[in-house]
Ligand binder design. Structure first.
Ligand code: GTR
Length: 330
């Protein structure tokens, strides 16, 4: 018996095995954990539109949204072996595969959204995307993910003391496990698609995410205290399978890379509007927002976490490069 996921994947796997003589027009298969209207999926639609226009329909993207291909960690494995051509994931599940990506996941690394965007768009961002090739992934671009904040079912969080003893869901990444432990709470890695259930059933007391995901995944229905800790501003990432990338002509690679870059400002516009709309809707629906959070107290507890994850001097150099970035529009 095939499982549901194997069943869904079967056509992809068959065509991925099709080799060099597959029709030129076979679309690029792309996965995203979010539903179709979410800004990251809209970015994939923008890539499809741009490729369609620029190549007269020769290059297209077929999007499998809503997590139908599985959790991000699993879809990344599928991408590495070529069952998916494109994958939009958060940076977190890449942390254990590509050590350089840890840098962008460091808590309290970015001073502002402008600082984060300057890092994603600049030389240091490109270096980290290029490091992915060693692991079978071609890094195409970053998308915004705003700032992540803690929310929970129990109480407002203002200081690290308020975190004590809370059981909190984290993404599948060692640095986030260490971050939540250092804050005195108990981290539990759970795939995104299972967090709502875990909150409702009390398996965890809370989680952390940006406004759009907190709303889209309905976590706010169960966890009403949203504290603006803004502890992480790690980006979303679009990767291609190196297997597929290497089979493309240079011209096709150029079209795909250009469409990916050009989708970034399109996504940012959709993203900014979505953050504002989600925040307004959630506040109107009764979510308790805690604005006054002791940021410096949280940041101070992150120093050992930085040291632990920056023990490799090459990785530390990337973090230093980001900290030293001068940003005019901050
Ligand atoms: C969201 C992100 C997703 C997923 C999710 C999570 O902000 O867009 O790709 O990583 O967070 O918390 O797992």
């Amino acid at each position: 018996m095939l499982t549901r996921r194997q069943f869904v994947l079967a056509p992809l796997l068959l065509s991925a095995c099709g080799g060099r003589d597959e029709p030129k027009t076979r679309p690029l298969f792309a996965a995203d954990t979010h539903p179709d209207e979410y800004p990251t999926v809209q970015a994939l639609h923008a890539i499809d539109r741009l490729l369609n226009e620029r190549t007269n329909g020769e290059m297209r993207v077929r999007i499998y949204a809503g997590g139908q291909m599985g959790a991000e960690k699993d879809t990344l494995e599928i991408t590495v072996f070529g069952g998916l051509d494109l994958n939009r994931v958060n940076l977190a599940p890449l942390n254990s595969i590509v050590p350089e990506t840890i840098v962008l996941a460091l808590p309290f690394l970015f001073r502002s959204i402008a600082h984060a965007r300057a890092a994603f768009d600049g030389a240091v961002g490109r270096k980290i995307l290029d490091a992915m090739s060693a692991q079978g992934l071609h890094g195409l671009c970053y998308y915004d993910s705003g700032a992540r904040s803690f929310y929970n079912t129990k109480r407002p969080i203002r200081t690290p003391d308020d975190m004590k003893g809370l059981k909190l869901r984290v993404q599948n990444s060692d640095i986030y496990v260490a971050m939540v432990s250092a804050l005195g709470a108990n981290p539990t890695p759970i795939p995104y698609g299972e967090v709502y259930q875990a909150l409702v059933q009390g398996v965890v007391d809370g989680a952390e995410n940006n406004w759009p995901s907190y709303e889209s995944a309905r976590h706010f229905e169960a966890a009403q205290h949203y504290s603006l800790t803004r502890h992480v501003m790690a980006p979303e990432v679009l990767v291609a399978s190196e297997r597929r990338w290497d089979r493309m002509t240079t011209e096709e690679q150029d079209y795909l890379q250009a469409a990916a870059y050009d989708s970034v400002p399109i996504m940012r516009k959709i993203w900014d509007a979505r953050v504002d709309a989600a925040r307004a809707r959630l506040i109107a629906s009764g979510v308790q927002v805690v604005e006054e959070v002791d940021g410096p107290a949280f940041a101070e507890l992150m120093l050992p976490v930085w040291d632990q994850f920056l023990s490799d001097p090459n990785i530390r150099a990337l973090a230093d490069e980001i900290v030293a970035l001068e940003v005019t529009d901050e």
